[in-house]
Design a protein around this ligand. Structure first.
Ligand SMILES: NC(=O)c1ccc[n+]([C@@H]2O[C@H](COP(=O)([O-])OP(=O)(O)OC[C@H]3O[C@@H](n4cnc5c(N)ncnc54)[C@H](OP(=O)(O)O)[C@@H]3O)[C@@H](O)[C@H]2O)c1
Length: 256
């Protein structure tokens, strides 16, 4: 194998994945384990994380479960302590946990706001801070934040969600700049609509048709579509890439 391919190798890296119990996070966790990573998987539902752990272990990788609610900073501190006590190091953080409420802006409640912002923005920031502080000690690390095409395009019913995702693009740039001296690379991976169990409920009929009409490549994304970008951004192959938002969107943003 030519040397430059070796830079994509993830064997024996440790990856922390939030929101790994289902959907995109689950598939990223399994994909990273298949690519050679040991994984620490987090979310609120232990029974679902146990399924992911079993699959990763069948691939010969170590998998640890850390049950946390990312809305709480004290729970995120528990994750930091857990990493130190188990693997003792972390190379990759996939900040995937998120929550989407689809409602006209007039109808968004305080509770909708708090759940979306505390999970997808506050939780994401404090996971960056807690896990990033271990990376700072190591002088190396890769943080990948889950963004969305909705950061760059307007979809009715997604005002708050889109605002959070636009904020994530900005936060990624800011952290990339502040943390570059510590060897920490921070990037956003921004998919278009991905066919996950939670989205299959909403992506039907005329809504599905409308979404498909905005994707030049003519189909929804699958979680597998994201894995190449995840592996790239997690690996040494992307060591000179930081502060970027990589759209994996079938052309959505280009067409918007
Ligand atoms: N699917 C799409 O079309 C799409 C498109 C663009 C971007 N995204 C982004 O990709 C990410 C994943 O989306 P998805 O569709 O896979 O979502 P999903 O199927 O709804 O899964 C969300 C995951 O986040 C976890 N989670 C939710 N609240 C949490 C909390 N407070 N603390 C810890 N974990 C929590 C859930 O686990 P527990 O319930 O076990 O806690 C679950 O594992 C999100 O950031 C989303 O915004 C999705």
């Amino acid at each position: 194998m030519p040397d430059h391919y070796k830079k994509f190798d993830l064997h024996d890296k440790v990856a922390v994945i939030t929101g790994a119990s289902e959907g995109i996070g689950r598939d990223i966790a399994i994909g990273l384990a298949e690519a050679g990573c040991d994984i620490i998987i987090c979310s609120r539902r232990e029974e679902k994380l146990l399924e992911v752990k079993e699959i990763a272990e069948k691939n010969g990788r170590k998998a640890e479960i850390c049950v946390i609610d990312v809305q709480s900073v004290s729970e995120i501190e528990k994750l930091k302590a857990f990493i130190k006590a188990t693997t003792g190091k972390v190379d990759i953080l996939i900040n995937n946990a998120g929550c989407a409420v689809t409602k006209p802006a007039w109808d968004v409640s305080e509770s909708d706001w708090d759940t979306m912002v505390d999970t997808g923005f506050k939780g994401l920031f404090f996971c960056c801070q807690a896990v990033g502080s271990i990376m700072r000690e190591q002088k190396y690390g890769k943080i990948i934040n889950l963004g969305s095409t909705f950061s760059k395009s307007i979809v009715p019913g997604r005002s708050v969600y889109g605002g959070i995702k636009a904020g994530i693009d900005h936060l990624t740039e800011a952290l990339a700049m502040e943390w570059a001296p510590h060897g920490i690379r921070v990037n956003t991976l921004a998919p278009t609509a991905v066919s996950t169990p939670s989205r299959q409920v909403t992506l039907q009929g005329p809504i599905l048709e409308k979404v498909l009409s905005r994707i030049p490549l003519g189909r929804l994304a699958t979680p597998e579509d994201l894995l190449g970008a995840v592996i790239y951004l997690s690996s040494e192959a992307s060591d000179f890439v930081t502060g970027q938002t990589l759209f994996v969107d079938g052309g959505w943003v280009a067409a918007s």
